[in-house]
Design a binder for this molecule. Structure first.
Ligand code: DP6
Length: 305
């Protein structure tokens, strides 16, 4: 029995992918920049089924919801059609972190599914082609093929060489319950916000400033840009015609603590959020004392990954 197993990391966007120019192909409205979260991973295992079986089956250990399973099969069908392959599989998908709460599990699981399927098909293609196919399953997954930094614009995603190669990442999990509004739905709804026109220009300007701040090693400037960027995205959520949001009282508690920390010490972690209530922090390697201090503070109240 042939078994193929692939693990891929999630990634956290510093400049966000929010809004699509082409929904069918997941072409983003603006360029985005991400950092791969090497300590977290999604693992997909595909076990070849007998030739006469004409549908996929699920391993009962898989952690996906029914909606996620439907999206997975849809993407697998897309890949089978693209490569003209008839093989069906028993599918297993697991994460070593809680899924569906803004920890970008769809990025890592679609990246792992795409790479695993292509490996199981026995097809040899470049990483860039793989990433482009993965993007059509879930946009942000294309960035998980490049580590640690990935820059995605239109149909092209590539590694980008930036000074900080070994950031220390933690996520403060204030809630790990599944979110009501999926990222795909968020991409649709933000287009109805009166703040959406101009969003692409703002994001791309911030991207330019952020890359410059990294080159200049101006950490405080990078922190400010990231802060403005995730608030921009959450403001789009709140001001959509059908308003929605992910922030919980504990989210604001954590954000206030981190802002006050920066005000007190004139240094601290980069802070960002995905489409969820949890807070991502990224430290430079030389900030290990701050990592322990901040971790210790939050660990008494929340799960810190
Ligand atoms: C808020 O890639 O999950 O995490 O392409 O519809 O699958 P689909 O959306 P998805 O969107 C991710 C949005 C985000 C920001 C980001 O990762 O850039």
């Amino acid at each position: 029995m042939r078994v193929t197993e692939i693990s891929m990391p999630p990634n956290i966007a510093l400049i966000k992918y929010m809004g699509k120019k082409d929904e069918a192909k997941n072409i983003p409205s603006n360029a985005s920049l991400s950092y791969a979260l090497g300590n977290l991973k999604s693992t997909v295992r595909l076990t070849n089924l007998e030739n006469e079986i004409d549908h996929d089956e699920w391993d009962n250990q898989s952690q996906l919801s029914e909606i996620e399973k439907t999206r997975f099969i849809h993407h697998l069908n897309f890949l089978r059609k693209y490569f003209n392959i008839q093989q069906y599989f028993e599918i297993s998908s697991n994460n070593n972190f809680p899924a569906g709460c803004g920890l970008a599990s769809s990025a890592s699981s679609f990246a792992a599914l795409t790479k695993c399927a292509i490996t199981a098909f026995g097809v040899k293609i470049s990483i860039s082609e793989m990433a482009a196919l993965s993007r059509q399953g879930s946009g942000s997954s294309c960035r998980s093929f490049f580590s640690p930094w990935a820059l995605w614009k239109n149909e092209t995603v590539e590694a980008i060489n930036l000074p900080y190669q070994n950031l220390i990442h933690h996520v403060i999990v204030v809630s790990n319950s599944k979110k009501d509004i999926s990222s795909s739905e968020a991409h649709r709804r933000v287009q109805t916000s009166l703040l959406f026109p101009g969003r692409d220009k703002r994001a791309e300007l911030r991207l330019e400033y952020l890359l410059q701040s990294f080159e200049d090693k101006d950490w405080a400037k990078s922190y400010k840009i990231l802060w403005q960027e995730f608030w921009d995205m959450h403001a789009l959520f709140e001001t959509a015609e059908e308003s929605f949001g992910y922030l919980l009282p504990d989210t604001l508690f954590v954000l206030n603590y981190l802002r006050n920390y920066w005000i007190s010490y004139q240094d601290g972690p980069l802070v960002t959020m995905d489409a969820g209530p949890n807070i991502h922090v990224l430290f430079r390697e030389d900030q290990f004392e701050q990592v322990e201090k901040i971790k210790q503070f939050f660990e008494s109240k929340f799960l810190v990954l």
